[in-house]
Design a binder for this molecule. Sequence first.
Ligand SMILES: Nc1ncnc2c1ncn2[C@@H]1O[C@H](COP(=O)(O)OP(=O)(O)O)[C@@H](O)[C@H]1O
Ligand SMILES: [Mg+2]
Length: 145
Amino acid sequence: MEVLNEVKFTMPSLSVNEGTARAFVSSFIVQADPTVEELSDIRTAVSEAVTNAIVHGYRGTEGKIELTVRLLSGREIYIRIKDSGCGIPDVKQAMEPLYTTSPEEERSGLGFSVMESFMDKLTVRSRVGRGTVVTMRKRLSVHGR
Ligand SMILES: Nc1ncnc2c1ncn2[C@@H]1O[C@H](COP(=O)(O)OP(=O)(O)O)[C@@H](O)[C@H]1O
Ligand SMILES: [Mg+2]
């Protein structure tokens, strides 16, 4: 799939940057004319991934989060969220609905489920002690105007 446009963005893992990331992604993808619902789904998925990097990946420490957003041919949006935090020992287990390592903080364990249902494709690669890379894709609808 051809890359038509791409932006990259690096930010420290401060919780205020959940909003920064949402706004950054939104402002990039408006060029592809998403529906209100598509935009909202993508914003939510990005929020969940960035929140995970902040609260789980860097838990109590500070590090760098890299965000890459691409517009691909065929109206496809590609988003990559990378942290260099603690990593996930068992990705399959972590992606199970309701699985959370922070129940005491009232986390739902549904972050990955939300990303999976709001996007068309979700891939998680992680190495303990190295960090986590989440990539998501969503094809936008073709709609009249
Ligand atoms: N970027 C990350 N770095 C380290 N661990 C992560 C990361 N993202 C997710 N996890 C692990 O996967 C679990 C499930 O994530 P998620 O489905 O978003 O649920 P929640 O955030 O509510 O715990 C987390 O509790 C955490 O253990
Ligand atoms: Mg989460």
